[in-house]
Design a protein around this ligand. Structure first.
Ligand code: ATP
Ligand code: MG
Length: 167
């Protein structure tokens, strides 16, 4: 049984704020797997997660280097799989090691290597909304496992558009 926590963001600031709340709740070993088209706001959300982890400054998209590491209260591994052509390349990057160390992983374009990820990761899909600065952010919730990460967002319902049971 899983469900979607559906949020609507009306600005980059609001997307970063959603990320910040997730980052604040993150613990060692957590992984946020981001999907959605170019420019949907994956890096923007990652920036917020980084701030929530206490990282200073701006996280840039690691599209060319594939992995960037930031130091916060936990280490953040920011990974971008846009450029991989085969899921096997994710293993070559050492993705499984990043996922199993004591840091936190954020992976953009995680759908390029679905089979690499363990089942307890939090999948987040971002889509364009009907207005230029509107984004729909759907967080895939597996019963029980993600309560800690999502409690903060549920308490701050400004962006909440509904809870959708997906069976
Ligand atoms: N509500 C919003 N949330 C996030 N970004 C927004 C929003 N409204 C407008 N934007 C703009 O959309 C762009 C999002 O860019 P970002 O680099 O985060 O996307 P991305 O999904 O990481 O793209 P890529 O697939 O190229 O890595 C930014 O220019 C940002 O200012
Ligand atoms: Mg990006």
């Amino acid at each position: 049984m899983s469900s979607l926590l559906s949020l609507v963001s009306h600005s980059p600031e609001s997307t970063r704020e959603i990320g910040r709340i997730l980052g604040q709740a993150a613990e060692a070993g957590d992984a946020f797997l981001l999907t959605g088209p170019l420019g949907a706001g994956k890096t923007c959300l990652t920036q917020g997660i980084a701030w929530g982890l206490g990282v200073e400054g701006y996280a840039r998209s690691p599209t060319f280097v594939l992995v960037t590491r930031y130091r916060g209260r936990l280490t953040l591994h920011h990974i971008d799989l846009f450029r991989i052509e085969d899921p096997l390349e994710a293993w070559d990057l050492g993705l499984d090691e990043y996922l199993s160390d004591s840091g936190v992983c954020v992976v953009e374009w995680a759908d390029r290597a679905v089979e690499v990820f363990p089942p307890d990761c939090l999948w987040i899909n971002l889509e364009y909304g009907s207005e230029e600065t509107e984004r729909q952010i759907d967080i895939n919730v597996k019963e029980g496992t993600h309560t800690r990460l999502l409690d903060g967002l549920k308490r701050a319902p400004a962006w909440k558009s509904g809870n959708v049971e997906t069976g």
